[in-house]
Ligand binder design. Structure first.
Ligand code: UD1
Length: 419
């Protein structure tokens, strides 16, 4: 079985450029379906999830082609409206293709999506919104048969009971070419939503308020393809910062938007790291001994602390003197990395949605198993700072979201390799 081996305890140092954002790329890849012609997406990361997204487009009849850092998509040949069960199972984000297929074809057959097992992850908000926009949905045994009433979806006033990222994206993709005006109230405000809106507006959509809680979309008849550069990945940026901090090292991160990490950088400062922002770069220098942050870390929708960084920050906190408390409010099953961190000697107690970490510098290498995407990254971060050899198995998860994570840490001086 493929594994990443880390001989930990080496101080990391150097500079790094950040890959394009996975979570911004996926809905934008889905959105290319809305325009016939060639879209060029720069900085699109080459990952398992973006490959899955390309496979979905190919299945639907689109052409996809990588050229260096760019993904080129031509959706003129789109002729199918069903995503296979197998592809739907591979990632949760496959559901955000639904709004775009309905906009383009008027009908769609999809299945309940799979993805990392971090909670029940329902799709009721997506489905309720599409129904309000004139879609009939028939559900049978996990299969969803959807059909637009009439020849086009229509705009609607939608109120999300929770600011779901995926539901906001699905509604946007359905609404940009729907007839009339759609308003999404309590929309997700994650920067990746704003990136999607920027892409869609560049294609000719009329969206106001992307990245705020109220998004207004005036439906247009059609979109034209465009050339677009995906935003940098804030979760990857923070993973690198945490990995370096755990080793007491220093890093200069280039091409990153520090504003998107406003809930994360103060925690790192609080733990004893010197953090400086210079335009699109972040400099971090860690102390040899980190301290537990004074406040509990509570995951929240943006701009709160990202749930995707909870496992990674937990790995770092294992090396910080004192007690760190994590409260996971977004996903109910997002502590599956805890037993793996414990194999390295971490002291962590979990009760419901709360995890309490007693930090120490005594962690030692062990064999551990990736449990989900960010949980896998957390094990790598822990392995970098643990003494001795850590072997991380089940890389299928971490490869969903990181472009060669071991090479990035290796360039910073880590003794890390994949075999
Ligand atoms: C996206 C991100 C993921 C991140 C998450 C929260 C992508 C590809 N993935 O996932 O990395 O961890 O946002 O920031 O962008 N919910 C419902 N009903 C729905 C939809 C969601 O109850 O119809 C609930 C979920 O169970 C969960 C919460 O809302 O508790 C957040 O989910 P959501 O924001 O939709 O996350 P994703 O879009 O799946």
């Amino acid at each position: 079985m493929e594994k990443i081996v880390v001989n930990g305890g080496k101080k990391l140092e150097g500079e790094c450029k950040i890959q394009g954002s996975k979570n911004a790329s996926l809905p934008i890849i889905g959105a290319t379906m809305l325009s016939s012609g060639e879209n060029i997406l720069h900085m699109c990361p080459m990952l398992r999830d973006t490959e899955t997204a390309c496979k979905i487009l190919q299945l639907l009849g689109c052409k996809t082609n990588w050229q260096e850092d760019a993904l080129i998509i031509n959706s003129s040949g789109l002729c199918n409206n069903e995503i296979s069960k197998n592809l739907m199972n591979q990632m949760r984000s496959s559901i955000i293709f639904l709004g775009a297929i309905l906009a383009r074809c008027g009908e769609a057959r999809v299945y309940f999506p799979g993805g990392c097992d971090i909670g029940s992850r329902p799709i009721d908000l997506h489905i309720d919104a599409l129904k309000k926009m004139g879609v009939d949905v028939n559900e049978c045994g996990g299969q969803l048969d959807c059909k637009v009433n009439g020849n086009r979806m229509h705009g609607a006033e939608i109120f999300l009971s929770f600011p779901s990222v995926g539901a906001t994206e699905n509604i946007l993709l359905a609404a940009v070419t729907a007839k009339g005006k759609t308003v999404i109230n309590n929309a997700a405000v994650e920067p990746e939503i704003e990136d999607l809106c920027n892409y869609l507006n560049k294609c000719g959509a009329k969206i106001v308020g992307g990245g705020t809680q109220i998004i207004q979309i005036d439906g247009v008849d059609s979109l034209k393809p465009c050339e677009y550069t995906i935003m940098p990945d804030r979760i990857v940026a923070a993973t690198l910062l945490c990995g370096v901090a755990a080793t007491g090292g220093e890093i200069f991160l280039k091409s990153v938007n520090a504003g998107n990490l406003s809930s994360v950088l103060p925690v790192l400062s609080d733990m004893g790291c010197r953090v400086r922002v210079f335009g699109k770069s972040i400099f971090l220098k860690a102390k040899d001994f980190l301290f537990a942050p004074k406040q509990p870390i509570r995951t929240m929708p943006y701009p709160g602390f990202p749930t995707d960084l909870q496992p990674i920050m937990m790995a770092l906190s294992c090396f910080a003197e004192g007690t760190t408390i994590f409260v996971e409010t977004i996903f109910e099953n997002r502590f599956r990395h805890v037993p793996e961190l414990k194999r390295l000697g971490a002291s962590i107690r979990v009760e419901g949605r709360v995890a309490v970490v007693e930090g120490s510098r005594e962690l030692r290498g062990a064999c551990v198993y990736g449990t989900d995407l960010r949980g896998g990254a957390a094990l790598i971060v822990a392995g970098l700072a643990a003494m001795g050899r850590t072997e991380i198995f089940r890389l299928c998860y971490v490869d969903r979201g990181y472009e060669k994570i071991e090479e990035q840490f290796s360039e910073l001086g880590a003794n890390i390799f994949r075999i």
